[in-house]
Design a protein around this ligand. Structure first.
Ligand SMILES: Cc1cc2nc3c(=O)[nH]c(=O)nc-3n(C[C@H](O)[C@H](O)[C@H](O)COP(=O)(O)O)c2cc1C
Length: 178
């Protein structure tokens, strides 16, 4: 009798009340695939691209980091979300690995990107007359080709840590599932 009472007590603690089913595990909100591309001459933007990917995957997004050398208009056309991180070299020119895609999207008959959501982080140095020109070019041209800007262009001077953090924060929120 004592043992039966003991076992009944245990089973009533473990079993859900009658009529209720065991609660299903709650799935975390699904993040978005996002392509992060970097244009860089001396590695800073590459480092920032990888850092942005780490932060965004921590927020549940699914980033892919790409050297701008590998970026074509067709790749842009296939991605719904694109984050561009680029420096400026020479007299307002793109870094070497961004030159080809910069030129392709500025062609008269360039592919249009009506389904693309994007944002640009531009690195530069305000001691140059064409401060952050390459980032500005990408930002302006992608909009002209029909893409939607999800967070404003962020221009960074030599102290880029704070603006980088602000930009990642704002793109992270803009990408967050509704
Ligand atoms: C030779 C040279 C030319 C540069 N020209 C520009 C320029 O025209 N405009 C600008 O904003 N920054 C210019 N910069 C600054 C770089 O864009 C800046 O240092 C950037 O952080 C470098 O990033 P990266 O290492 O990813 O290439 C120039 C730097 C060098 C060394």
């Amino acid at each position: 009798m004592w043992l039966k009472g003991f076992l009944d007590g245990i089973s009533s603690t473990l079993a859900p009340p009658s009529g209720e089913s065991t609660p299903a595990a709650v799935a975390p909100p699904a993040g978005h695939p996002v392509t992060i591309v970097w244009g860089s001459q001396t590695g800073t933007c590459e480092t920032l691209g990888k850092k942005a990917a780490k932060i965004l995957s921590g927020k549940g997004h699914i980033p892919t980091v790409l050297d701008m050398q590998q970026l074509t208009p067709e790749v842009i056309g296939k991605s719904e979300r694109l984050l561009v991180i680029t420096s400026t070299y020479g007299d307002g020119e793109p870094p070497d690995n961004a030159a080809a895609i910069h030129s392709s999207i500025h062609a008269e008959d360039a592919l249009r990107f009506p389904a693309l959501n994007y944002s640009v982080l531009a690195l530069g140095d305000s001691s140059y007359p064409d401060f952050c020109k390459c980032g500005q070019d990408f930002d302006t041209r992608l909009a002209a080709l029909g893409a939607s800007r999800i967070a404003p262009l962020m221009e960074c001077d030599v102290d880029y840590d704070d603006p980088f953090d602000q930009w990642v924060e704002s793109v992270g929120s803009a990408l967050a599932p509704a």
